[in-house]
Ligand binder design. Structure first.
Ligand code: NAD
Ligand code: USQ
Length: 389
C-alpha cells in the first residue's frame, strides 16, 4: 500500500514511517521540521541525540535495504500538499503533522494562533487534497483523548446515543478540551467529520492518550534511528518528565492534588494501533473514532510508580506537590471506553515497574544532556495564577 506519513520527523512519526516501511509498504514522508525549530526557540532539546532527517533516511536505507521518499514542506501551504498528493497518489494518509503541546499553545496569544492555524489549516488542506485528488484514500488522523476533557460520565468512543423528549440520535460525544491545543484537535475532528458526511471521505480519528517510551522494533536497531524524547515543561509529557526528574534528582513535579487521570500507552502500541487502523480502513463516508490508549493512571499513581522503580535502580526519588500551572480538575471521575482497537487485535504492552526501570536506565546513559533549566513548570493557563513553585 502507498502510505503517506505527515509529520514523519516527529516523536511518533519517525518510528511509524520505519514500521510501515519494514512491513513492506511504499512510504512517502513529509515534515517542515517545526518541532525542531520550536525547541531551538524554547532552549530545549531531545534527551536522545537524534539525527537530521536526511541522515535518518540514509541510515534506514542502509540498515533495512528499503527506501522511503521525502518532501520537506509545510502542510499549511496547499501547493506542497497538492504536489505530494499528485505525485505519490496515497492510499492511506497517517497525519501526525501538528503542533502537539498544550503548554506551548497556552503561553501567549501568538502561540495559540500559530497552533490553531498550523493544525486546523494543515488538516483542511489535506481534506481538500483528498476530496480532489485521492477520494478513495483513508485518512488516519491523530486526535487526542483530551478532546473529551474530564466529564462526570463515562467517555464513549466518539459517539453518544442520546434520547431526549422521546427522540433518539447518535451524536458526537460532547467535547470539553483543556487547552487551546486540545481545542485545535476538536476543530479538526469537526472538519474531518464534515468532510466524511458531505464529500464521502474515509477517515479514522484516533483519540490518543499520552504516549511514553522510545523503543520500537526499528528504533532499537541502530542509534541513528532513535526517536526524540522530551522532558522539558513545554514538550515533555508527564511520565517522560518524571523519569528524567528521577534520574537528575529533581523532585517529581506532581501538579496540584495529582488526581488528574489520563489514558496512557506505550509507543509500541501506538505503532500497532496505526497499523490496525490502516489495514482495516473506514468505509466510504465513515468518520470512525477510536480511543487509543491501553491503561489509565492518575498523575500521583505515575509519580509513585517512578519512585518505586527508582528505588529498584538505586535512586532516591522524592515527590513534590507543585502549584498547578494549569486550570484543570485535580480530582475527577474518569472512565473512558477503549475496546475498538482491542477488537481489531491490539495486544497492549502495559506499564510495569520493569518498564519504568528500563526507561530510567536508558535516561541515565544520556544524563549529561539534560538541560535542567528546562524542567520546572513556567507556562501558566491564567496570567493571574501565582507563580508556580
Ligand atoms: P511531534 O511534534 O514530535 O511530531 C509532529 C511532527 O509534525 C513534527 O516533526 C513537526 O515538525 C511536524 N509538523 C508540524 N506541523 C507541520 C506542518 N504544518 N507541516 C509539516 N510538518 C509539520 O509530535 P508527536 O508527539 O510525535 O505527536 C504526533 C501527533 O500525535 C500530533 O498530532 C499530536 O497532537 C498527537 N498526539 C501525541 C501524543 C503524545 O503523547 N506524543 C498523544 C496524543 C496525540
Ligand atoms: N502534569 C503534571 N506534572 C508535570 C507535567 C504534567 O502533573 O510535570 C499533569 C498535567 O497537569 C496534566 C497531565 O499531567 O494533568 C497530563 O499532562 P501532559 O503534559 O503529560 O500531557 P498533555 O498536556 O495532556 O498532552 C500530551 C501530549 C499531547 C497529547 C496529550 C494526550 O503533549 O500531544 O494530545 O498528551 S491527552 O492527555 O490524552 O489529551
Amino acid at each position: 500500500m502507498r502510505v503517506l506519513i505527515l509529520g514523519a520527523d516527529g516523536y511518533l512519526g519517525w518510528p511509524t514511517a520505519m514500521r510501515f516501511s519494514a512491513l513492506g509498504h511504499d512510504v512517502h514522508t513529509v515534515d517542515n521540521y517545526l518541532r525542531r525549530s520550536m525547541h531551538a526557540v524554547n532552549g530545549s532539546d531531545s534527551l536522545t541525540p537524534i539525527k537530521r532527517f536526511d541522515e535518518r533516511l540514509a541510515a534506514w536505507g542502509e540498515i533495512s535495504r528499503r527506501e522511503m521518499t521525502h518532501t520537506e514542506g509545510d502542510l499549511t501551504d496547499y501547493s506542497v500538499v497538492e504536489r505530494v498528493f499528485r505525485e505519490f497518489e496515497p492510499e492511506a494518509i497517517v497525519h501526525y503533522a501538528e503542533q502537539p503541546s498544550a503548554p506551548y499553545s497556552m503561553a501567549s496569544r501568538t502561540n495559540a494562533v500559530d497552533t490553531q492555524v498550523n493544525n486546523v489549516v494543515g488538516t483542511l488542506n489535506v481534506l481538500f487534497a483528498m476530496r480532489d485528488l485521492a477520494p478513495d484514500a483513508h485518512l488516519v488522523k491523530l486526535g487526542t483523548m483530551g478532546e473529551y476533557g474530564t466529564p462526570n460520565i463515562d467517555i464513549e468512543e466518539g459517539y453518544l446515543e442520546v434520547t431526549r423528549n422521546g427522540r433518539s440520535d447518535r451524536l458526537p460525544f460532547p467535547k470539553l478540551p483543556g487547552s487551546l491545543y486540545h481545542c485545535s484537535k476538536v476543530h479538526d475532528s469537526t472538519n474531518i467529520h464534515f468532510a466524511s458526511r458531505i464529500w464521502g471521505l474515509r477517515a479514522t480519528d484516533l483519540n490518543q492518550g499520552v504516549v511514553y517510551g522510545v523503543d520500537t522494533p526499528e528504533t532499537v536497531l541502530d542509534e541513528r534511528l532513535a526517536t526524540r524524547f522530551d522532558y522539558d515543561e513545554v514538550f515533555g509529557t508527564a511520565l517522560n518528565r518524571f523519569c528524567v526528574q528521577a534520574v537528575i534528582g529533581h523532585p517529581l513535579t506532581v501538579y496540584g492534588e495529582g488526581g488528574q487521570t489520563r489514558g496512557y500507552l506505550n509507543i509500541r502500541d501506538t505503532l500497532r494501533c496505526i497499523e490496525l487502523a490502516v489495514v482495516n480502513p473506514a468505509d466510504e463516508g465513515e468518520f470512525r473514532v477510536f480511543n487509543q490508549f491501553t491503561e489509565q493512571f492518575s498523575i500521583q499513581d505515575l509519580a509513585e510508580l517512578v519512585q518505586q522503580a527508582g528505588a529498584d535502580v538505586g535512586l532516591d526519588v522524592s515527590i513534590e506537590p507543585t502549584t498547578n500551572p494549569r486550570v484543570e480538575a485535580e480530582q475527577h471521575y474518569y472512565n473512558a471506553k477503549h475496546t475498538k482497537l482491542l477488537d481489531l487485535g491490539l495486544e497492549p504492552h502495559l506499564l510495569t515497574r520493569e518498564v519504568v526501570e528500563s526507561m530510567l536506565r536508558a535516561i541515565r546513559r544520556h544524563r549529561t544532556r539534560v538541560i535542567v533549566e528546562a524542567v520546572p513548570p513556567r507556562t501558566r493557563w491564567r496570567a493571574s495564577q501565582a507563580q508556580p513553585a
